[in-house]
Design a protein around this ligand. Structure first.
Ligand SMILES: *Cc1c(COP(=O)(O)O)cnc(C)c1O
Length: 422
């Protein structure tokens, strides 16, 4: 099946007389007729459900769909995108281990890496994406267990050179994890370029309707855990699971089964059946929505370029954008829906612009179906002084615009009348 068909049909396939629409199995627990049957489940010897912290039929169907869309071997959905990144790393690292990450990443992930992982003894080195292979490679240490980046970084919109980072990681038998939130598998499938693990905040385009927070980890099945000297936990018996050896028992799915069996079990950051149902509704229309986001955003970005109130427009789909060459390679169908631009009016100009918008709304969110905007200097980063903002790469007049699915004429008219107040 083509991608559009998988969005509708992968995962849940009803049999004779069963509901056509994905059912919500709102049950924490499942009934069994014999102790022998339950033992097999607990020993991971038979597939099935016994407690919704480990897995649930509704969530499982949506996980299967995500697996098909990314082209992997298995998926674990999590309570939030943050939990997906955390579990993805923790499945590889323990205290004393090290990760190399691109520096252009989502602020929440940056904090997770720089503060919380550090607290539990996992160190992260940030490298600039545009650095040479040699420079990046110098940061790899004997205890490095993962390399990380975002296909399209939130909010800088830098495009990640997946093949370059995959080459570096693989030369040292380390897996590459890619956060594919802004691209979605419709615009880019990182496994095709060498990524080993994909993570998502499903909260954004996959849900699309701003209904529910969620995350997902997808395993390509391509990384050879047994061949690398760095991942003893994959090839030695897990005493917390009756001596299971993940690579022997689960082959290509070793990573994703281990993530669920050890970490989802112990930490409990699961997705709920109700939320999975909503996310599935979003997935069904993903290709249609992504085409429109890309089309609208490109038109809006080109229009913004013509305004004399604007200093700079950043959108990887613009031919003169520094990320255009990478966007052409990795984002053949379009550069997604988020644009950042810098108003000439500084902090006050940004606030005036936002306050005068009529249709677009001020939201701490992106990837909604409705156009939404954020002015970091007067909201998320308002506690910072002008100098501090500039130091962390956020010009005072920076606006993050998440273009929605309204008629593009209406979006532009709204921006135009608000700009007149700046
Ligand atoms: C929002 C976001 C996250 C975090 O996801 P939550 O669902 O909010 O926890 C991670 N990565 C990227 C790129 C994001 O945009």
């Amino acid at each position: 099946m083509q991608f559009e068909s998988l969005c509708l049909h992968a995962g849940y396939e009803p049999k004779n007389g069963e509901p056509r629409v994905l059912p919500i199995v709102q049950s924490t627990t499942f009934k069994y007729e014999s102790t022998a049957a339950v033992q097999k489940l607990f020993d991971l010897e038979a597939p099935g459900f016994f407690y919704s912290r480990l897995s649930n039929p509704t969530v499982d169907y949506v996980e299967q769909k995500l697996t098909a869309l990314e082209g992997g071997v298995g998926t674990v959905m999590t309570s939030a995108g943050q939990a997906a990144s955390f579990i993805a790393i923790l499945n590889l690292c323990k205290a004393g281990d090290h990760v190399v990450s691109a520096s252009s990443i989502y602020g929440g992930t940056f904090n997770l890496f720089a503060v919380t992982l550090k607290r539990i003894g996992i160190e992260v080195t940030f490298v600039h994406e545009t650095a040479s292979e040699e420079e990046i490679e110098k940061e790899i240490r004997p205890n490095t267990k993962a390399v990380f980046g975002e296909t399209i970084a939130n909010p800088s919109m830098d495009v990640f050179d997946i093949e370059k980072f995959a080459r570096i990681a693989h030369r040292h038998q380390i897996p590459l994890i890619v956060d594919n939130t802004f691209a979605t598998p419709y615009l880019c499938r990182p496994f095709e370029y060498g990524a080993d693990i994909v993570v998502h905040s499903t909260t954004k385009y996959l849900d699309g309707h701003a209904l529910t927070v969620g995350g997902a980890i997808v395993d390509s099945g391509n990384f050879d855990w047994a061949a690398s000297p760095r991942f003893k936990e994959f090839v030695e018996p897990d005493e917390s699971y009756h001596g299971t050896v993940y690579t022997k028992a689960f082959g290509k799915a070793a990573y994703i089964v281990k993530a669920r069996a050890q970490l989802i079990r112990d930490i409990g950051c699961v997705q709920t059946p109700q939320a999975a149902f909503y996310i599935n509704l979003g997935l069904e229309t993903l290709p249609l929505r992504m085409d429109r986001y890309c089309e609208n955003a490109l038109k809006v970005a080109k229009w913004l370029k013509t305004s004399d109130k604007i200093e700079e427009v950043r959108y990887p789909g613009l031919e003169d954008d520094p990320n255009y060459a990478l966007a052409k390679k990795y984002l053949k169908k379009g550069a997604s829906g988020v644009i950042s631009f810098v108003l000439k009016g500084g902090r006050e100009g940004g606030a005036r612009f936002i306050d005068n918008l009529k249709m677009s709304t001020l939201q701490v969110h992106v990837a909604d179906i409705r156009t939404c905007v954020l002015h970091p200097a007067s909201s998320t980063h308002r506690q910072l002084t002008d100098e501090q903002l500039v130091d962390c790469g956020i010009p005072l007049g920076l606006v993050r615009l998440s273009v929605g699915l309204e008629a593009v004429e209406d979006i532009i008219a709204d921006l135009e009348q608000a700009l007149a107040h700046v």
